[in-house]
Design a protein around this ligand. Sequence first.
Ligand SMILES: [Zn+2]
Length: 191
Amino acid sequence: MGQPESKPARFPQPGDHIYCRRKGGLYDHHGIYVGDDMVIHLQGAAKKLGALPACHKCGDKRVENGEIAKVCIDCFLDGETLQIYDYGVPLPEFMNRKRGTCCLRHSKPPHEVISAATGFLERNGFGSYDMFANNCEDFAVYCKTGSAVSYQIVGHIERVSAAGPAGILAGAAVAAAYGISKAITGAKRHN
Ligand SMILES: [Zn+2]
């Protein structure tokens, strides 16, 4: 949309929130890099990525099932380019960046981020995957900051709203649904 793409990726450090494009850029997939070439992520809902044999490195079966999983970085990226999500971005920069690439809030220290992601993995405790209320970006942002907001979704709502009066209504309906289910899933979360 005329906005600059993310900065070229540096090598991820344990505790970094990483993401890559999926489905030719239709959406991005997010996870927490925990070191040793491994990523903890919230997988999408019941979508087969391909009839491939399980990964020999991490055992990932390339099936998205709405669960929190630990996979190797190759399975996470699935051939796409690694990007690193930025935290503590100043407001003017945030406004100019593509939604779903950075966050105004600051990250917790890396060891706290990793222990949050690991805790969710052990309990499989982030609720079921929901494109609007509980998605992979929410999971990663939640691990990084202790609360969740999906800027990728906010970006979609902004684009819908830019489509005119009908778009504004649709956007408001999406935002309302998002807010309501957010409150419900938020209440169920324990950290
Ligand atoms: Zn793998």
